[in-house]
Design a protein around this ligand. Structure first.
Ligand code: SAH
Ligand code: SF4
Length: 345
């Protein structure tokens, strides 16, 4: 082996097999190790009882399973939501949220430490960018949170934690493929959702992958003028180009998109904004999810009133756009978008 301490979480099954062979072992040990990690949630080689003592020692000496430290765990008193701060091997702190719904357990995964996109309403965006996460670090978040509920199955993943998933494209794709793989977490693509601020070239790459995942687009405004006030990315990728790329995407994948729309008081919540939005996306294979803004420190953006939110939804529905209002979960533990980490730092 070239590297000391190879991290098994960074490998797919084939790479695990090659590593076992490089260690002088049979290839089938790789699948056994994957079973320990992904099926049984065992991260200590010493507990892997179908391996000889010699193999357990060799694995401990030359390789590792790079789990982050659980730095803190907050549990919501109102909702079935837990939020973890995890400390990575280099000391960076990220957050991961677990939601226990009646239909299954869902983990909200971070894809970067920070984010380059600088959206004004977002705590992660305001804190700036540190680095990309590796596929293994994304996987470790799921394993760590599953461990907090005694290994109960995780059935859904949402890539809506810190960071812009499509700005870390190759690691993100590796991660979802391993999450889906039978040797990995075995989570169906239809239960995996990616949220993006709308990076057009990467949306086109994703289209080529042709995976039946769910794609959410953080739109938040019906035109470039308004959008660029709160999302700098709108200056690079005009909304009409974005919508064109998304139409191509759904033409091929036949998967319905979700447009996310944060309602910010007096900024993007007027009736004419709703009408313009309806005009823009009419006929698309898409629905709208309205999200009451979670105010953050450091700006004066406030959430729209309940009445305005309901009115906005009604206009969209009247225009034939299927619209839902997001139920808020875990706001008592700041389980939204980089807020807990922000306070901690
Ligand atoms: N970077 C991706 C995914 C992470 S953000 C994206 O932007 O889509 C996930 C979602 O949280 C996005 O829709 C984002 O707009 C939303 N969000 C960020 N800050 C928020 C806040 N303060 N209140 C409500 N939603 C917020
Ligand atoms: Fe980044 Fe998404 Fe936050 Fe925008 S909303 S700064 S893209 S994490």
């Amino acid at each position: 082996m070239t590297e000391n301490f190879k991290d098994w979480l960074e490998l797919d099954l084939e790479e695990m097999e090659a590593t076992m062979v490089a260690l002088g072992e049979s290839k089938f040990r790789a699948r056994q190790l994957a079973d320990w990690i992904y099926k049984k949630g065992v991260f200590d080689f010493a507990e892997m009882t179908n391996f000889s003592l010699a193999l357990r020692e060799k694995l401990a000496e030359q390789t590792k399973i790079g789990m982050p430290n659980l730095y803190s765990l907050a549990e919501s008193k109102r909702d079935p939501v837990k939020k973890a701060l995890l400390e990575l091997q280099d000391g960076e702190i990220i957050e991961t949220v677990l939601m226990q719904y009646s239909y299954g357990n869902s983990v909200c995964v971070s894809t970067q430490v920070g984010c380059k996109m600088g959206c004004t309403f977002c705590a992660t965006g305001q804190a700036g960018f540190k680095r990309n996460l590796t596929a293994g670090e994304m996987m470790a978040q799921v394993l760590q949170l599953r461990d907090q509920i005694d290994g109960t199955r995780i059935s859904h993943l949402v890539l809506m934690g810190m960071g812009e998933p499509l700005d870390n494209y190759s690691e993100m794709i590796k991660f979802i493929k391993r999450a889906n793989a039978a040797w990995g977490l075995g989570i169906g693509y239809r239960h995996i959702s990616i949220s993006t601020c709308g990076l057009i070239p990467q949306i086109r790459l994703l289209q080529k992958e042709d995976l039946p995942i769910n794609l959410s687009i953080s739109l938040h405004a019906p035109n470039d003028k308004l959008r660029s006030q709160i999302m700098p990315i709108a200056k690079r990728y005009p909304i009409d180009d974005l919508l064109k790329a998304l139409r191509d995407y759904t033409d091929q994948t036949r998967r319905r998109l979700t447009f996310e729309y944060n309602l910010i008081d007096g900024v993007n919540d007027r009736e004419k904004d709703a009408l313009e939005l309806a005009q823009k996306i009419k006929g698309m294979l898409a629905m709208v999810n309205l999200i009451p803004l979670n105010p953050i420190e450091g700006n004066n953006l406030r959430r729209s009133s309940k009445e305005k939110i309901n009115k906005f939804a009604q206009i969209l529905n009247d225009q034939g756009i299927e619209t839902t209002i997001r139920r808020e979960m875990g706001t008592d533990i700041d389980a939204a978008c980089g807020q807990l980490r922000g306070k901690f730092l």
